[in-house]
Design a protein around this ligand. Structure first.
Ligand code: DAH
Length: 366
């Protein structure tokens, strides 16, 4: 039997007072550190902290205990474990202080929060509140309807070139139909212009995605136009395009009927079709709807009981071919209508210029 004073390698076994072998010092250091950290982690009050301090860092604490054991070790091992124990002590002291500070900080914050009770249900009187612009509201409503019918929302640039705004849409340079779109040119030498209609988005979409295709493109357009209550140099349109096998006028009319029905949900509105001309469709038509605002004529429909809704038709074979879609294989329909005009009708806005006059009193009404 070895006595506790006998020199033995620390790997094996200090003897307890009862003469039982103890864990190696190395293992004890590891365990102590682990237990210390786990208890510190759980501590959530100053009292709990104080208990940990006494248990580990106190004069009769666990670290002091290990230091005591060191005294009985041979010089070699004192050299090895001495610095380790010092480091352990320093580590525990620093970590302890950090935790103490953290808890303190947390407590102060809690106290402050209690003082600064914040009533989220309180209302502030006279706070100006913003709202969506009527054009944005209507555009979102229209987008939702078309999305529900399987269309994707597309966008194209407002600065266009002559090719996309005219040529690709079957409107050659000297075509008299160009007069339909008084153009704001940006740079004549580079053929840059502000798009006169959203029909140019058709070209981007068909060239990019080919067929089949179902898109709706809302956006701003510009025309060289004298302004008055119903004309502006800037306005918004919505373009629609559907290309697939065997697309016919019936598909176009069914789509438009469904759209109108959803837009004017409360009313069963009749639709009528008139022949018309647009270079990029053949045949070209215009679609009118029964005036949703009256029964027997009003100032909105100018007492005709009908309102012009949109231009439309079957995509001209030249346009399909230009975009690299074989017109023998595919056909399509297209339509375009004035979002601005529709918003004016829907919200009874008497002057188009109000829509971008930044007049808060006006905008507050929507
Ligand atoms: N782009 C035409 C305009 O600005 C509207 C239009 C008519 C669009 C017929 C179409 C269409 O897609 O098929 O007046």
């Amino acid at each position: 039997m070895v006595s506790s004073a006998t020199i033995i390698p620390s790997e094996v076994h200090f003897l307890t007072n009862l003469g039982m072998p103890m864990q190696s010092l190395d293992q004890q250091i590891k365990d102590l550190k682990k237990n210390f950290l786990s208890q510190l982690d759980k501590a959530d009050s100053q009292d709990a902290l104080e208990e940990i301090r006494i248990t580990y860092l106190g004069r009769k604490g666990k670290i002091a205990d290990l230091m005591d054991q060191l005294k009985n070790l041979p010089l070699e091992e004192k050299k090895e474990f001495g610095p380790q124990l010092n480091e352990l002590k320093k580590f525990c002291e620093i970590t302890f202080e950090e935790k103490k500070e953290h808890l303190n900080h947390h407590r102060l914050r809690q106290e402050q929060r209690k003082k600064e009770f914040f009533d989220v249900t309180a209302s502030l009187p006279n706070m100006p509140q913003g709202s969506l612009h009527p054009l944005t509201q209507l555009q979102q409503e229209i987008n939702d309807i078309f999305i529900s019918m399987g269309f994707e929302i597309a966008q194209g640039p407002e600065v266009e070139n002559e090719r996309n705004n005219f040529e690709a849409l079957n409107i050659a340079k000297d075509h008299p139909a160009r007069d339909m779109w008084d153009t704001l040119w940006l740079d004549n030498t580079k053929n840059l212009l502000l798009r006169t209609h959203t029909s140019s988005v058709q070209i981007h979409q068909m060239e990019e995605k080919k067929a089949p295709l179902a898109i709706v493109a809302p956006g701003r357009c510009y025309r060289h136009e004298a302004t008055d209550a119903t004309h502006d140099f800037m306005f918004s349109q919505v373009e629609g395009l559907f290309v697939d096998h065997n697309v016919s006028l019936s598909n176009l009319l069914a789509t438009m009927r469904e759209f109108m029905r959803k837009l004017f949900a409360q009313k069963q509105l009749n639709m009528r079709v008139r022949p018309s001309y647009f270079p990029f469709v053949e045949p070209g038509i215009e679609i009118d709807i029964e005036c949703p605002f009256c029964n027997h004529g009003c100032s909105v429909c100018k007492y005709t009981e009908w309102i012009e809704m949109c231009g439309a038709g079957l995509v001209h074979p030249n346009v399909l071919d230009f975009c690299g879609i074989n017109h023998q294989e595919y056909s399509g329909f297209a339509f375009g209508f004035g979002l601005t005009r529709l918003a004016m009708l829907k919200y009874s806005i008497p002057d188009i210029r109000l829509l971008h006059a930044n007049n808060v009193e006006f905008l507050k009404q929507f």
